[in-house]
Write a protein that binds this ligand. Structure first.
Ligand SMILES: C[S@@+](CC[C@H](N)C(=O)[O-])C[C@H]1O[C@@H](n2cnc3c(N)ncnc32)[C@H](O)[C@@H]1O
Length: 280
């Protein structure tokens, strides 16, 4: 069967879920990931014949997409800033909002050496991006998930970025971290009440450990980070959080109750209150 045939098959089977252009984009990503073909191949060589094994790969990907599996898990990687990162269902797929959080940190801090910690690192995206753009920084990254840490470590190795990874539980005070000048965290912050509105590509595939705060306690992990920061953050140091816009006001109160200063909220590219910075 030809490329054109497969492209049309994807369009036909996915048209109720995605726009034509989104399906073409998915298709081109699959061609690149599976066969290392440039995006232009589809337009230039629509009559190119695919081998039976290539057809099998595309058929499997189509079945997965029909079941809402995220493309990033199908191809096994994603882009974060200019890093290519391996991801799998043990790691959250890094979001553009998180790139903005890293951007904010870089706006505020130049290249002079400092020690920073990324709490709840997942694929390692935040810590690895900071290490890439601020090579003189000492980066520590913590996660409770052994499986996520394995992917983060693999990403660090593939990118030759030296980050110190720690398996640790934010609920415990026994995390082996040095004193830091900067803490960043994108902790689990989705509340159970939001579950009903979530898309199945997120709810059915991304790790619930990474998504959900404990029931009735949407700010639980922020509280844990503040407690840890009181022990590990040096005076004048800063915390940067990705936040749930629904609980922005409560979080501002929490900042003050823990004695942190200068809370500043920043909106994401969708105009939602999505980031918070405060200082000790
Ligand atoms: C929202 S994800 C963020 C992942 C990554 N930093 C990002 O921005 O894409 C939250 C991460 O916190 C981790 N996590 C959940 N509970 C934790 C705990 N008690 N202690 C440490 N990490 C935890 C999850 O495994 C997950 O990787």
């Amino acid at each position: 069967m030809t490329l054109l045939y497969w492209h049309q098959l994807f369009q036909e089977h996915l048209q109720t879920k995605h726009s034509k252009s989104a399906i073409t984009t998915f298709f081109k990503h699959l061609l690149a990931a599976f066969f290392h073909w440039e995006p232009t191949v589809l337009g230039l060589y629509p009559e190119r014949e695919l081998s039976p094994s290539q057809g099998k790969q595309l058929q499997k990907a189509l079945e997965d997409l029909k079941k809402d599996k995220p493309l990033q898990y199908i191809i096994g990687h994603t882009e974060f800033m200019d890093l290519t990162l391996r991801v799998n269902p043990d790691t959250l797929i890094p979001r553009p909002e998180t790139e903005e959080l890293v951007g904010w940190i870089m706006e505020d801090h130049g290249s002079s050496a400092l020690t920073a910690a990324d709490l709840g690192t997942g694929s390692g995206c935040i810590a690895l991006a900071l290490k890439r753009y601020r090579p003189h920084w000492e980066l520590h990254a913590v996660d409770i998930s052994k499986a996520a840490l394995a992917i983060a470590e693999e990403n660090a190795k593939a990118l030759s970025l030296a980050v110190h990874f720690h398996k640790g539980d934010l609920r415990s005070s026994a995390i082996a971290l040095p004193n830091c000048k900067l803490i960043v965290s994108n902790p689990p912050y989705v509340s159970f009440s939001e579950k009903i509105d979530m898309q199945s590509n997120v709810l059915d595939y991304e790790p619930h450990l990474a998504l959900f705060a404990p029931e009735q306690k949407p700010l639980y992990f922020y509280e844990q980070v503040f407690k840890l920061a009181l022990k590990k953050l040096s005076k004048g140091g800063a915390i940067y959080f990705e936040i749930n816009p629904l609980f922005c006001d409560d979080l501002m109160e929490m900042v003050v109750s823990f004695g942190f200063k200068n809370p500043t909220i920043r909106q994401d590219l969708f105009g939602k209150n999505r980031m918070l910075r405060c200082q000790l």
